[in-house]
Ligand binder design. Structure first.
Ligand code: FO1
Length: 340
């Protein structure tokens, strides 16, 4: 089988780790005229202060546009908080949840388009048209399926549990009310069907990738795809790189190890979603148990500590999917007509 010269790649991703990986992948694919479609988690979305917020979508948007606050991991670089201080003075919104002034621009624009009748997919298309992203950003679904955290004493929105309580309240489970009745957003199944490779970003397996795979039809599309599905472990050295994946995995009964997450996703040959799984050098001891699941373990440096390492990780993921981007013949930007 000949690797296509201009590969079409679909990435399933959450916001923070997922967007860092997406930038490296976009840079690598852009060099050879490939196409990247990012299917983004919308379980983190919420209504706040009358506005529709899409934290993972916006992290992805800002990262690909080069305007993200990289140190913070979310929001716009160089943002200010004049409006946030005014809202706090009026007691509007959540005092612990910062909406920067520039960030608010996106929330206001999105909400006004939604109120005019646009779908979330259309609103996201308008937001991304502002920048040359080198990728197409799609929500997993246009249905509102915000993640809730069920506790012994009631429930709360995921964003409150995370940003106010820093994941210290022990969850019973995570839920996405209404997700059983949701459908993939327009373009999602089409992008998967046309892809030369499908990648799963190093994002939280439970509250980022979990909701994506829970949209009816989406996991089935991965299972029946005729191209490889390759994931990158968000767990390095038995700990999440950032965030609260350790708590989420515990609640789901999944060991907080690279091999544990591979087992959670499962091998495609057994009804799961993965063919190959990139694990860190620190977790090389778990490679044999990943292989034993029927998922090819590939040991790679996973730390995305700078642009070069992130891009090298993207190259490794593409190579695991049979797309050796370095093999591109000089000057060949055109898609091969024969994709067999
Ligand atoms: N994360 C925080 O820890 N504190 C915040 O005040 C906060 C505000 C915020 C506003 C807009 C936005 O798009 C994201 C924001 N985040 C904030 C990040 C977000 O809570 C999470 O990190 C992601 O949703 C997890 O994927």
């Amino acid at each position: 089988m000949t690797a296509p010269t201009a590969p079409r790649v679909v990435l399933l991703a959450g916001g923070v780790g997922g967007s860092t990986f997406a930038v490296g992948l976009r840079d690598e694919l852009r060099q050879r005229g490939g196409e990247l479609t990012v299917v983004c988690n919308t379980g983190d979305d919420l209504w706040l202060s009358g506005l529709r917020l899409q934290p993972d979508v916006d992290s992805m948007l800002y990262a690909l546009a080069g305007v993200k606050d990289l140190a913070q991991g979310w929001g716009r670089a160089g943002d200010s908080r004049r409006v946030a201080d005014e809202l706090a003075a009026w007691g509007v919104g959540w005092e612990w949840f910062l909406l920067g002034d520039l960030d608010l621009g996106a929330h206001i624009a999105r909400t006004s388009w939604l109120r005019e009748g646009a779908t979330p997919t259309e609103a996201i298309a308008r937001l991304q048209a502002r920048w040359e992203l080198g990728a197409t950003l799609l929500p997993m679904t246009d249905t509102e399926v915000d993640t809730h955290v069920v506790l012994d004493a009631g429930r709360m929105h995921f964003q409150e549990w995370w940003t106010r309580h820093r994941a210290r309240l022990e969850p019973v489970r995570f839920e996405n009310p209404g997700i059983e009745a949701s459908v993939p957003a327009p373009g999602v199944l089409e992008a998967i069907a046309a892809a030369d490779a499908i990648l799963v970003a190093p994002s939280n397996p439970i509250v980022s990738i979990g909701p994506i795979l829970a949209v009816p039809g989406l996991a089935d599309a991965l299972r029946s795809a005729s191209v490889p599905v390759v994931g990158v472990s968000p767990i390095i050295g038995d700990a999440p790189v950032r965030g609260m994946a350790d708590v989420c995995l515990r609640v789901a009964g999944v060991p907080c190890t690279a091999a544990g997450v591979a087992g959670h996703y499962g091998a495609r040959r057994d009804g799961g979603v993965l063919d190959a799984w990139l694990i860190a050098e620190e977790d090389a001891g778990g490679a044999a148990s990943v292989d034993a699941l029927g998922i090819e373990a590939r040991v790679e440096p996973l730390w995305m500590s700078d642009a070069a390492r992130t891009r090298a990780l993207a190259v490794a993921a593409l190579a695991a999917a049979g797309l050796d981007v370095r093999a591109r013949p000089a000057g060949s930007d055109k898609r091969q007509s024969d994709r067999s």
